[in-house]
Design a protein. Structure first.
Length: 452
């Protein structure tokens, strides 16, 4: 007894040391868990709370101070005002041909081009911007009344090699103007405007929007100098569009430049070409989606800044450029389109209802079949139980042999029922156990009768 007490006392310090060790481990574990939680919280705050760098899109916008360049500058400012996710850089270029070259060379992400500009398969449409009109201007007292009257006259046409330069020859070809019969001079619009007001040329051909800054300046300067300007109608626009499908029939409204006069004197037909904003297939869909959203959702802001923004529209891919929409732009345009489930809600609901009814019917049929199988198996089991009960009252071996014959007959019936799926495997197994038990009862009863 004393030895046991001594051993217990000797183990007390050891237990205390173990307890202190466990407490130290618990404290260390608690510190580690707390540190891990704090580290996770800080990491989440850092990654979720930090400001990611904005996406940047560079756009080839056309000549400096041209309509497309001015519009893209306003777009860049509106984008900066309404989102921190995107910035637009505007690059001044020569014309649509240079823009598409820069886009193909991946030096810009977006480009403003005319709808008749040749493009490659990777180019994708973002939005239609505004139409440019073919315009033929002459002095008020000029005897030039039709395009054919340009023969023998001094005509200023856009600089050599530009899209506008080629447009003049489209008109010249359609009206069958001899190349040498028109005294054309390739000039910038500023040079052409100065020469026109100085009386050095008879007509100006240009391709511009009706709100182009330089065109408006020409009308204002001519009005100050009392130089009347008259439009010559390009009247066969539909016929020209048959030959050049990318060109449209446009209408220059009466008095669009001056209501005093007015200029033009009446509504004038003219060929027009759509100015479009395009991108490449590999440019970020997210960035294009953000840009497209701002173009349309903040169009009023853009229009207040630059009137031509009111003409921005969703492209009809079956017409004009006939190139696919950019994935990002398509994402915005389809924002209000019903999803597959919404569009097919009624047929899907009917399908689900029919499937539910069929499923319910199948379950009911299965339940009924299983109930029949169980009832049939129960009837066989009741027969076995009856045999077992009758065996206890049998007093001669012959009676036991009759009961055994009944048992084997029942077994034969059950095996056949199993083959025809009238009973289940589980039911047959329970029947087999009962059948073996009843046979043992009969054997034991037979042994008792022999002993007597």
């Amino acid at each position: 007894m004393a030895d046991n007490e001594k051993q217990a006392e000797a183990r007390v310090p050891e237990r205390r040391a173990n307890l202190r060790s466990r407490r130290a481990r618990y404290r260390l574990l608690l510190v580690l868990l707390t540190s891990a939680v704090l580290a996770a919280a800080f990491g989440g705050w850092y990654f979720l709370g930090r400001t990611s760098a904005p996406m940047v899109l560079t756009v080839g916008a056309g000549p400096y101070l041209s309509d497309s360049h001015e519009l893209m500058r306003e777009v860049a400012e509106v984008v900066e005002r309404h989102t921190d996710r995107l910035k637009v850089r505007v690059l001044a270029t020569r014309d649509s041909s240079q823009n598409i070259t820069l886009l193909n060379d991946k030096k810009v992400d977006l480009a403003t081009i005319r709808s008749d500009t040749p493009v490659i398969s990777s180019v994708r449409l973002v939005a239609n911007l505004f139409p440019d009109y073919f315009q033929l201007l002459v002095r008020g007292q000029s005897d030039i009344r039709t395009v054919r009257d340009l023969i023998g006259k001094q005509v200023a046409i856009p600089p050599f090699g530009t899209d506008e330069f080629r447009s003049f020859w489209v008109i010249s070809d359609h009206y069958d103007l001899p190349i040498t019969a028109v005294k054309w001079r390739s000039l910038t619009f500023e040079q052409a405007a100065n020469a026109f007001q100085a009386g050095q040329i008879d007509a100006i051909f240009t391709v511009r929007s009706l709100r182009d800054r330089r065109l408006l300046d020409l009308f204002e300067d001519a009005k100050l100098k009392n130089i009347p300007i008259r439009y010559v109608e390009i009247d066969q626009t539909e016929a020209i569009a048959v030959k050049r499908p990318f060109l449209e029939t446009g209408r220059i409204p009466k008095g669009v430049f001056s209501g005093d006069g007015p200029t033009p004197m009446r509504d004038m037909l003219s060929s027009a070409v759509e100015r479009a904003l395009v991108s490449r297939q590999d440019v970020s869909a997210e960035a294009i989606a953000v840009l497209t959203q701002i173009l349309f959702e903040h169009r009023l802001d853009l229009t207040i800044r630059f009137a031509l923004a009111s003409a921005i529209s969703k492209p009809e891919t079956a017409e004009g450029l006939n190139v696919p929409l950019h994935e990002g732009a398509q994402r915005f345009y389809d924002r209000n389109e019903p999803s597959f489930l919404q569009e097919n809600a009624e047929p899907l609901a009917l399908m689900v209802t029919v499937m539910a009814m069929l499923g319910s019917a199948m379950l009911a049929l299965r339940s009924r079949l299983m109930s029949r199988q169980k009832n049939r198996m129960d009837s066989y089991n009741y027969v076995l139980l009856d045999i077992a009960e009758r065996a206890n009252s049998i007093s001669d071996p012959e009676g036991l042999r009759v009961l055994k014959k009944e048992m084997f007959a029942i077994l034969e019936n059950v095996v056949r029922a199993l083959d025809t799926d009238e009973v289940t495997e589980e039911g047959f197994q329970s029947f087999s156990l009962l059948w073996e038990s009843v046979r043992e009862i009969l054997n034991e009863r037979g042994a008792e009768l022999k002993g007597d």
